[in-house]
Design a protein around this ligand. Structure first.
Ligand code: NAD
Ligand code: DAU
Length: 352
């Protein structure tokens, strides 16, 4: 039986990870610590309500006493750390909470893991592991050619990616200084069910379905490397089981697309599936994101060679499944886009 502390398990990737793990492993207990910020939603986990292998705790990863208590109470032997402020645009507006959660929150988890797992002689309890769920954004921006490898120097540009790079460096320091068995994953852009509609793909689906303007930053030619969320979850599971402590694993599926290509694909799907009135006249080119990274592209060779991972969901299939999911879950979308969401968007787009 593994007792895994999953942080941020009510968010987009964290909730997909919990659903994936419960489906694919019998002997696990997942303790899900999530503050339920605007991005966390227990509706994402409704299908596993009543499954005793999942225990939800509402709280802050930065709360030392709470995290220490969870390690002890549930005999935690692994941490999969998703919890973060994750949206680049918000980090440009309000960077402080990114340092608080992404850096100091991670530091607190590391301190609690050490207190629970390090033996008096400096060795570590058998079988423990800490997985830091990182991002390719820490590598900065690529030119027209080349890919991010695990050796690419860190060069973050946004407050979000700076905070994630700092968190990664603390995790690496805990491994190098104290010997914490830790791995870092760095994944490209995810898409799929339960993604909060402030990120490109769900925002465009939401707006297209409501015949609202589709805001494309700058010239629309920035490139992102898209991965279906379940493929990312499988990669994290493999790193948890077989990843070598101290190593970084890049995760991505060579699925690069310009933003405008993505927007056009979503328009076509919504047009064909539900609303023939939706077309490219909804596209609005708006002011560019400050410090906007031009291109991300992951080289996933290492995780393929060492752990046997490869993506299983081709983009054309994944994007259609995703549009279908949002169409079938209009209640979820309506619930998460009420209240504070609307205030945020009024602020974001005033002046654009
Ligand atoms: P998300 O914003 O959807 O979810 C974040 C979750 O963390 C939410 O449930 C939120 O309530 C919780 N949280 C925030 N602050 C907290 C705190 N102080 N204590 C406890 N919980 C807190 O994010 P996501 O897109 O699911 O990303 C998850 C992780 O994966 C992040 O670390 C992100 O950097 C990383 N990542 C994301 C992507 C992507 O494309 N979305 C790609 C690579 C890596
Ligand atoms: O690469 C991994 C990262 O991917 C994760 O670490 C982040 O948590 C995640 O948010 C994501 O960051 P991006 O900034 O790449 O994702 P976002 O969906 O915000 O934007 C994708 C691209 O689309 C980016 O070039 C900006 C552009 N964009 C975004 C929005 C929200 C638009 O053109 N219009 C929009 O309205």
């Amino acid at each position: 039986m593994k007792n895994i502390l999953v942080t941020g398990g009510a968010g987009f990737i964290g909730s997909n990870f919990i659903l994936y793990m419960l489906k694919n492993h019998r002997d696990i207990r997942l303790v899900n610590l999530d503050l339920l910020t605007y991005a966390g939603n227990l509706e994402n986990l409704r299908s596993v309500e009543g499954d005793g292998r999942h225990i939800f705790v509402q709280g802050d990863i930065g709360a030392q006493a709470l995290v220490a208590e969870l390690f002890e109470k549930y005999d935690i032997d692994s941490v999969v750390h998703f919890a973060a402020e994750s949206h680049v645009d918000r980090s440009i507006e309000d960077p402080g909470v990114f340092a608080q959660t992404n850096v100091l929150g991670t530091l607190n988890l590391l301190g609690c893991a050490r207190a629970a797992w390090e033996n008096a002689d400096g060795s570590w309890r058998e079988g423990v592991k800490f997985i830091q769920v990182g991002t390719d954004e820490v590598y900065g921006s690529l030119g027209a050619t080349g890919f991010f490898t695990e050796e690419t120097p860190l060069d973050p540009h946004s407050p979000y990616s700076a905070s994630k790079a700092a968190a990664d460096l603390f995790v690496a320091a805990w491994h190098d200084t104290y010997g914490l068995p830790a791995c870092i994953t760095r994944c490209s852009n995810n898409y799929g069910p339960y993604q909060f509609p402030e990120k490109l793909i769900p925002l465009m689906i939401h707006n297209a379905c409501n015949r609202q303007a589709l805001p494309v930053y700058g010239d629309g030619l920035n490139v992102r490397d898209w991965l279906y969320v379940e493929d990312h979850c499988r990669a994290i599971d493999l790193v948890l089981q077989k990843g070598t402590p101290g190593e970084v694993y890049n995760v991505g599926g060579h699925n690069e697309r310009t933003n405008i290509t993505i927007v056009r694909e979503i328009i076509a799907l919504v047009h064909d599936k539900v609303d023939p009135a939706v077309d490219e006249r909804l596209i609005r080119y708006v002011a560019d994101r400050k410090g906007h990274d031009r291109r991300y592209g992951i080289d996933p060779e290492k995780i393929g060679r060492e752990l046997g991972w490869r993506p299983l969901v081709p983009f054309e299939k994944g994007i259609e499944m995703t549009v279908d999911w949002y169409l079938q879950n209009a209640d979820w979308l309506r619930d998460v886009t009420s209240g504070a969401y609307l205030d945020y968007y009024d602020k974001m787009y005033s002046g654009r």
